[in-house]
Design a protein around this ligand. Structure first.
Ligand SMILES: [Zn+2]
Length: 289
């Protein structure tokens, strides 16, 4: 922890008005960068500000966990992006004045494992009806993840949903008959059918339904662009629209959808991008320390 903080301090820009910390200047694909801003006085807060990264703008939100005030932003890095050097720019706008504060960032490869699966081509075939269903479900999920509720429901550091063994890590590349078809979009935890599944943080249930690949799925909106997903459930204990509290049992684990056995698949999206859930938890928790 000490080493991380030293690095943070080295990256800080001591300016007349704004102090900026970024969680890391080297980040793997599907990682998340945390940007924290602090001001000497409330009057130093700019009228507007945002973070620009890889051609996109990310909002800054008030950091409710910083007693001295300040803002934060979570910047997701896309899965599979080629390693390269880039820049993260904090833009502050006050009246007609724009200030740009630039930080170099290196994106590296996470070197996700490859999994080779041999499937009988006739068995791997998906019917046209199911293809339409898959497209519909993907569109519905995209619409959810690109919305952002301007209020954070998370009020404590995050923990993984289960303490059980991780049976399949995030990011594994899946080659079917030698062709890269997909990658593992979450972290799988060992969970027998019927295991209670708890919400990792408070939030609003925005999806609770059966889907083709994910089976019975719950997605929770935690606000400020953060969503968690819980898949392959055997039973729902919440419905769409419910507000759930951290640690509340939302469902029971199962083996629904395209799986070979019961487990919990846990996923995280931030600001419209799928990220490594466990890396996200580590980075998000730096808001508290
Ligand atoms: Zn999974």
């Amino acid at each position: 922890m000490r080493i991380v903080w030293l690095q943070l301090l080295l990256l800080s820009v001591l300016d007349a008005k704004t102090y900026i910390e970024i969680s890391d200047n080297t980040v793997a694909d599907a990682g998340t960068i945390l940007v924290k801003l602090r001001y000497d006085y409330e009057a130093d807060r700019p009228d507007r500000s945002y973070v620009a990264f890889e051609g996109k703008r990310y909002p800054l939100y008030p950091n409710l966990f910083d007693e001295t005030g300040g803002d934060y932003a979570l910047i997701p890095v896309c899965y599979g992006i080629r390693p390269h050097k880039t820049k993260l720019v904090v833009v502050e706008i006050t009246g007609k004045t724009k200030r740009y504060m630039t930080f170099p960032v290196t994106i590296r490869s996470a070197h996700y494992r490859k999994e080779r699966l041999r499937v009988d081509p006739s068995r791997a075939k998906i019917s046209e009806k199911n293809r339409r269903r898959i497209r519909r479900e993907a569109k519905e999920a995209k619409a959810i993840y690109t919305r952002s509720t301007p209020e954070l429901y998370i009020d404590a550091p995050l923990s993984p949903p289960l303490q059980s063994k991780i049976t399949s890590p995030f990011g594994t590349k899946r080659l079917f008959n030698g062709i890269l078809k997909s990658f593992h979009s979450g972290t799988d935890f060992r969970a027998a059918t019927g295991t209670p599944i708890r919400a990792v943080a408070s939030g609003r249930v925005v999806l609770a339904k059966n889907r083709f690949f994910a089976g019975n799925s719950v997605i929770i909106d935690h606000g400020e662009g953060i969503y968690t997903g819980y898949y392959h459930l055997s039973r729902f204990l919440v419905k769409k629209g419910d507000f759930v509290h951290e640690g509340e049992v939302i469902a029971l684990a199962g083996a629904t959808g395209r799986v070979t056995g019961p487990h919990l698949h846990f996923s995280v999206h931030v600001n419209g991008t799928l990220v490594d859930p466990l890396c996200f938890i580590d980075t998000f928790n730096k808001l508290f320390f």
